[in-house]
Design a protein around this ligand. Sequence first.
Ligand SMILES: Cc1ncc(COP(=O)(O)O)c(C=O)c1O
Length: 495
Amino acid sequence: MGWITGEVVSEHNLELDPERLQLLGERVTDFITRYYQQLAGGEIFPPEATPASLRQLMDEPLPRQPQGVEQALDDFAAKVAANSTRVGHPRFLGWIRTSPLAVAVYAEALAAALNQSVAVWEGAPAATEVELRVLDWLKEMVGYPLSAGGILASGGSVANFICLLAARSVADPQIRELGLAGRTPLTLYITPETHYCVIKAAEMMGIGRRYVRVVETDDQLRMDPLSLAAQIDADCRGGLRPMAVAATIGTVNSGACDDLPGLLEVCQARGVWLHVDGAYGGLAGLDPEKRHLVRGLDQVDSLVVDPHKSLYIPFEAGCALVKDPAHLLAAFAVRADYLPNTERGVEESSLPVHLRDYGPQLSRSFRALKLYLSLKAYGVDAIAAANARQHRLASLLAERAAADPELELTAPVSLGIVTFRHVPPVPVGEPNPDAWLDEHNRRLASHLQRQGQTFVSATRVRDRTALRACFVSYRTQESDIDLILQDVLAAGRSL
Ligand SMILES: Cc1ncc(COP(=O)(O)O)c(C=O)c1O
């Protein structure tokens, strides 16, 4: 049917006829079905992939003439999919990358079909309302007040930026008019465990790195409230303007959760905004066993959660929540002659909500749909149960690692992240045993990644290199723990 030839796409028929459209869908569906069927069988990291080999593979001229849809899809399978890391594999434990839910995968196509830019209500009426509904569901899942404002974002980095810009507009209501130049510096408080995106956010909003104060942590890698109080007080005495404390629930390195009640006390007594980066762990309370770690979350001024981490939503899906929606409007609302504008009192009334005024983007994808459909299709309880299993798997791996004389845990386990090291005998005469073990574990992580059956990342915890296994896939089972340990020990001994 000319499917392979250039006839399919030309200046005159960019529109596919219904028959071809149907075929296209079937081809894509076939691919996705086969991909998921074979996901657990293959190597996690594509064995032949190197930057040079992939650049050569993709070294294609601009296709002026159509090659046909079939050819394009075949190329996708052979060049792109075959050289992609199998992120949904049950033993892919690198960084924080989840296995997406199939409904959410297809929801991406449905959202693209409608092509709503969720910026002004009139341009995307249902999509705006779906996003507001999903935001309310997320608030309910976190236990955050339903009266809070919020917006979906690409991920934790941008969501943190959004929340901190809201904090900045409260600390300095004139900032959008006057800028920061020549004015008293604002300060932000983090710990050595804080994700770098928070520092980047501070840089992007004009707070120099020197005004990002790094507060000490305790033996659980949590921000120490007493040190925080002392630092804020010293800054106030020094004439600086404390803008916000950025706490974390579920640090990227080890999943540590700051003591929110302790930090709330310090912040509330001093009138300082308490922000929580819960990109990874903000939804931890879905697991009843972890609820104690999120105590106080309902009281913080702003909060980030990432559905593309713990809710099995494909990239990109982050969420910024701010207790008082007016603070988001203060940071982002702009009047424009060529667009509908946010009216005063929008939160209390039935006036249209224009989400462009709650964040930095104008054109915005309909990312709420994949959450909306997934939560409806699977239900929160099933997702919560899968989260809880991941937490149990992390504890199990930690127990087994702690009991093994060849392994060593490097940080307490709070949620689904385990950091540990292989500690074989250091060669006799080695002048720097610590450096040798660091290098050994760094090589071990990259060896495991290349070897294809267990993918862990490497990190530094308390100044030592460690392997880091992050359980965020609903596919990982208890039987995988044995395989992970076998792979780590065999690879460690072979190096
Ligand atoms: C605690 C924490 N905050 C922020 C981020 C950044 O989120 P994103 O990668 O979605 O931008 C991450 C990413 O892993 C994270 O773990």
